[in-house]
Write a protein that binds this ligand. Sequence first.
Ligand code: ADP
Ligand code: MG
Length: 250
Amino acid sequence: MIRASQIHKRFGHNEVLKGVSLEMAKGEVIAMIGPSGSGKSTFLRCLNHLETIDAGRIEIEGELLADTDAAGHCRYAPEAEVRRICRKTGMVFQHFNLFPHMTVLQNIIEAPITVKGMTRDVIIPRAEALLAKVGLSAKRDAYPGRLSGGQKQRVAIARALAMEPDIMLFDEPTSALDPELTGEVLRTMRELADEHMTMLVVTHEMGFAREVASRVIFMDQGLIVEARPSAEFFASPEHPRARAFLDNML
Ligand code: ADP
Ligand code: MG
């Protein structure tokens, strides 16, 4: 579903990704963990072109998003192709990013209508089904300002799913939530995983990583320093930094 190889990304003189490679199979759930500033968000953002890479190669479902030639020139697919390929991935952010002036339903149907050209009679029932799925049918016509953080995040998940992505990228979806609200969001994500959605999840929720993810990827200072089946990783992390990180978290 995703094949990223040797991704490099710098902001000015700060090399944030120093050759990150990742392959993800259909239906896989990967938890990406690591200290703050290690490049997790940047990597996720590169996968759906919220950031451009400086070097490396990204394939999404076998389609080339970006590639780098022997001379080191990185080239992206033509713009329309890039847009189409990036629609295969849906993204959920730490801070929800809902449109505050739109109701919950409007938030969900906006992109399917404007980006995919879906008609209201097709997308509204689908949006209502997604709201039922995340347990928020009653909030259909509410504005985001009236929702709890956990409810907002579940709307954000429904909104991403409304675009029918094949891969979901989550960037610390529960980090902005009060502890008592993380459970409802993790439950929604767990249900998605049970339905075999392909998911790449940046998270500090070690319980989720251990129980739901099949693989854990530990990032440190712009590199993946450990990538293993989650049971193995949690039983005995190999890299000293991963060990220190886990000691701090658990
Ligand atoms: P993480 O998600 O693992 O905490 P990030 O990918 O957010 O790490 O950040 C990695 C590094 O890149 C940090 O040093 C951060 O300051 C820097 N960085 C991220 N985004 C930008 C940006 N838009 N401009 C400049 N520096 C950035
Ligand atoms: Mg981050």
